[in-house]
Design a protein around this ligand. Structure first.
Ligand SMILES: [Zn+2]
Ligand SMILES: [Zn+2]
Ligand SMILES: [Zn+2]
Length: 506
């Protein structure tokens, strides 16, 4: 049998700095999702390399250890490689895996789902009375019955599903999966999904209750709220908890949560990022005076050179540079640190600042493979959209892009986001319509300074009248240096050797 693309949670590697995700576990949306049976799935959104899979493992461990959740079933499913093209088999395997994982609990007492599952297993494996096999519709039906019956047995308790790697599904598989997930939510399953893509939707909601202690002008946009189904009045969660119901006198039971998802964006807060960088440097090179909690080995050759009196730049300044270049993105911070670890001295690093480090280029090259293996239409849309986003650090407006790609069948900006696999994000930077922007400043350099042939070729196709002979301006005019202008696609990249444990993005 082929190896399934559905796997269990990965163990947490020893080189992670767990407190980098502490903020996540006190986030209001996560706490509410954990404590109450809500009807929406919680999405944890992170761009390529932002640490989704690590966070996923930490969430699993957290729920397994937390006294309020440890006895409940916590089903962990990672889609860990490209999903085979058979959509129905994928859904069937997903439901079956989930069914089995939900039995891993001590609270499952009156479970009569075995009969329904037995029926499924006979159809699927024994081909009982039907050597030609059973229809997909029939198989799925009996699986859903088994799952429903098991979730019913857990009604008075809680049951969790953690789902990672959903971006590996095709758009069709995602739609099918969403359909199953909404049935499971209704049956009481609590669902958390890590994803590269935020749901393309803008919801603006403010609490309208006159008795909310926060003055009207200071109320912030809410990601969770209740809406009165009779008069559409909006009430925030603290107001509802304090029994402040619809001010038009409609009963509390008419307050509903009307959205189908809540997002948390994965971005490492400033302090945690600084601590991580100090920890990572001292763990590798010894006590550099950065005051981290790392277990420090004796000073490495690089460590000695960093703190020597003749160093042209302090180690604090080098740490600061990594912090700036990371922009809240853990994968990018790690890549910069890995690069430092391979050097004996950082004295030469300044002169290379006009080039992207080779290990980052390698990561982007490898990451873009996911775009390139798509069917040619989607691949084309993605490459052209990325090329269009390379013209401006603020990105490209969706209507402008659709005009550029008018020969392609694009029905929503969502399609473009899906094809571009997380390398483009949406932003509302200064403009009324949504913009698609490079997911990180380093990726913007990668696409605007022609590190990638395919994207360069795509940019020639969308701008045939104006072939670009020099890189466009990025940020401010001060960013243009003579070296940068002289750089061409044929110029070899400075031969940094990527460290062997620089991880590829999955
Ligand atoms: Zn009302
Ligand atoms: Zn309120
Ligand atoms: Zn109602």
């Amino acid at each position: 049998m082929p190896r399934s693309s559905l796997q269990s949670v990965k163990r947490i590697s020893s080189d992670i700095f767990p407190s980098i995700y502490d903020w996540f576990f006190i986030d209001g949306a996560f706490v509410r999702w954990r404590k109450a049976r809500v009807i929406w799935p919680l999405y944890c959104i992170g761009s390529p390399g932002a640490g989704k899979t690590t966070l996923f493992s930490l969430i699993y461990r957290y729920l397994k250890r937390h006294p309020e959740t440890q006895n409940y079933p916590i089903a962990d499913i990672c889609i860990d490689r490209e999903v085979p093209p058979h959509d129905v088999y994928f859904i069937e395997d997903f439901l079956e895996t989930l069914y089995h994982k939900l039995s891993d609990t001590t609270v499952l007492k009156e479970d009569h789902s075995d009969d329904a599952y037995e029926e499924y297993a006979e159809m699927r494996f024994l081909l009982k009375d039907a050597p030609e096999g059973y229809r997909a519709k029939t198989r799925l039906q009996s699986l859903r019955e088994a799952l429903n019956s098991r979730l019913n047995a857990l009604k008075g308790e809680r049951a969790f599903l953690l789902l990672d790697g959903i971006d590996r599904c095709s758009p069709t598989q995602r739609l099918l999966l969403d359909n199953e997930l909404s049935k499971l939510l209704e049956a009481g399953l609590s669902i958390l999904i890590t994803s590269r893509l935020a749901v393309l939707e803008r919801v603006e909601a403010l609490c309208e209750h006159p008795d909310d202690p926060v003055p009207q002008y200071a109320r912030l946009s809410l990601n969770m709220y209740y809406e009165c189904c009779i008069c559409e009045y909006i009430v925030c969660v603290p107001c509802k908890d304090a029994k402040r119901s619809c001010p038009n006198g409609h009963e509390e039971l008419h307050l509903h949560e009307t959205y189908d998802h809540v997002n948390i964006n994965i971005a490492v807060p400033d302090m945690a990022m600084k601590e991580f960088i100090a920890w990572n440097l001292e763990r590798e090179h010894g006590d550099l005076g950065l005051g981290s909690s790392a277990r420090k080995p004796p000073l490495s050759p690089l460590g000695r050179s960093l703190i020597s009196n003749t160093a042209s730049k302090s180690v604090q300044k080098h740490a600061e540079d990594v912090y700036e270049a990371a922009g809240g993105h853990i994968g990018m911070a790690k890549a910069r640190l890995d690069l430092i670890h391979t050097m004996d001295s950082l004295e030469g690093i300044e002169s290379r600042r006009d080039q992207l480090p080779a290990n980052i280029i390698t990561m982007f090259d490898a990451g873009l493979k996911r775009i390139e293996i798509q069917p040619s239409d989607q691949r084309d849309i993605a490459l052209k959209a990325i090329a269009a986003a390379a013209a401006d650090i603020r990105g490209v407006e969706v209507p402008v892009l659709r005009e550029m790609l008018r020969n392609a069948d694009i029905r929503s900006g969502e399609d473009v986001l899906e094809c571009s696999k997380g390398f483009l994000l949406t932003s509302t930077h200064d403009t009324p319509s949504l913009r698609l922007t490079a997911f990180h400043q380093s990726f913007f350099r990668y696409i605007s300074e022609r590190y990638n042939q395919e994207i360069h070729r795509a940019s020639m196709q969308i701008n045939p009248a104006r072939p670009r002979f020099a890189p466009r301006e990025i940020g401010s005019p001060a960013d243009i240096t003579p070296q940068k202008l002289a750089r061409s696609i044929t110029q070899p990249v400075h031969p940094f050797i990527p460290r062997k444990d620089t991880r590829n993005w999955t």
